[in-house]
Design a protein around this ligand. Sequence first.
Ligand SMILES: CC(=O)N[C@H]1[C@@H](OP(=O)(O)O)O[C@H](CO)[C@@H](O)[C@@H]1O
Ligand SMILES: [Mg+2]
Length: 515
Amino acid sequence: MNEEQRSLLLSCSSHYLPPQGVKLSYGTAGFRADASLLQSTVYRVGILAALRSLKTQLVIGVMITASHNKVSDNGVKIADPSGGMLSQHWEPFADALANAPSPQDLVQLINDFVKKENIQFSGVKPAEVLLGRDTRPSGNALLKAAKEGLASVIAAVAIDMGILTTPQLHWMVRARNKGMKASEHDYFGQLSSSFRCLMDLIPRERGTFGGMKDKLVVDGANGKEKVVPHGFGSKDVGTRCASLDGDADRLVYFCVSPESSSKINLIDGDKILSLFALFIGEQLRILNEQVDTKNSYQARLGVVQTAYANGASTNYLKQLGLEVNLTPTGVKYLHEKAAGFDVGIYFEANGHGTILFSESFIGWLEATTYELSSGSKGSEEKKAALRLLAVGKLINQAVGDALSGLLLVEVILQHMGWSLDRWNELYQDLPSRQLKVKVADRTAVVTANAETVVVSPPCLQEAINAEIANYPQGRSFVRPSGTEDVVRVYAEASTQEGADSLACSVAQLVEHFLG
Ligand SMILES: CC(=O)N[C@H]1[C@@H](OP(=O)(O)O)O[C@H](CO)[C@@H](O)[C@@H]1O
Ligand SMILES: [Mg+2]
């Protein structure tokens, strides 16, 4: 870092001093806090994004949002060149940057990091960073802070993409780095053309839609905690509903329960995963059966869940003969695992998830559709290949995206000729309960095996196992949250009473062991 760069950083950062007595952490989903505390953090994330872009020589994204959290909160996260989450390897630097007390400390920290990572400022492409934000009132001022962070790095270009959903910004970063056009218009263009392509490929004999109604009601995060949204009641029984979270990176479906109009039947991320796996599996089978063996491609299909996946969903997926993988909580872990397959489908139960296709499989599909284009025009294998290619365009491969996921669910329901009830009946969820326990130090809980086993404090796992043994189909685990200052308890059992009581007993054990 030369003297000019140093003094630029020193003078600019003196306008963005960090709040006193606050420890900021990049966490599972970037920095989150009350918006009034975030000016200096967002400024520093601007610097971080510029450095990441200089290092990778690719486009980086910065998204300012706190999803469905309170309107007075805000947050900031980085989209890496792939469109995915910031490389975990840079997270400790993000934490250190946000917490550096003075401009001098900040400049020293950056200088050391730049040396360690061998980041060049001259003779390289300038840093290019796409900025997005949600509709929060604090968004504009924080955007300005991000821009000033970028302006503190010589040769960094900020491109304001305006108000976006989180997945739109991730999509744009991925598209830009693939040399594609990446405006909001291009995003909607790709979603709508691939959706239309999939609709046109629905087999005629299945076109009766199984009594599926045209109307879909979309709830913008008004239906939390498994309760019916405002204004909903018995008149809405039978209506197909989808619910998006605040920045549209999570999707679930639901309907008002026919038994009680104040309750909903929730169709969660696990069931979306199952629906996607069935559809993709069907297309892969058609291809494997029909494409001649010398040209065949044994695509590996894998699904990825976390310990929060309902046990009934994991059983169901295994019964389908699928390879089910478990990772710790947090999209970054699921995404990484799914990327190891030709088709990797991942979902958290709460609705974060997407489908990833390997470059080599996409290449093979393109070649196959091209070869089949002259002879067997409308052949089944060509249709299957075209469907998979269209899914790869419709689904947001950068990150889970409620809008693109919703369109894919809609097309698959039509393809199968299924109603919402038919989809929901794939398997029956085991009753479950989640609780939060406030403890003195949640980091005292250390887990292993994708968070299913506690290794510290000693003996806590044995005590949990002894509780589980009292419940038919009992399963329970505890882990420290990555986004809240609590230990989370999950329990499931064959009855709701059982799940509630197991969760309660395990929560008491956590309190007992951690005080
Ligand atoms: C049980 C649960 O739903 N945990 C959520 C929550 O993480 P915690 O580490 O559990 O606080 O927020 C994450 C980020 O949004 C999300 O990826 C994850 O699924
Ligand atoms: Mg969200």
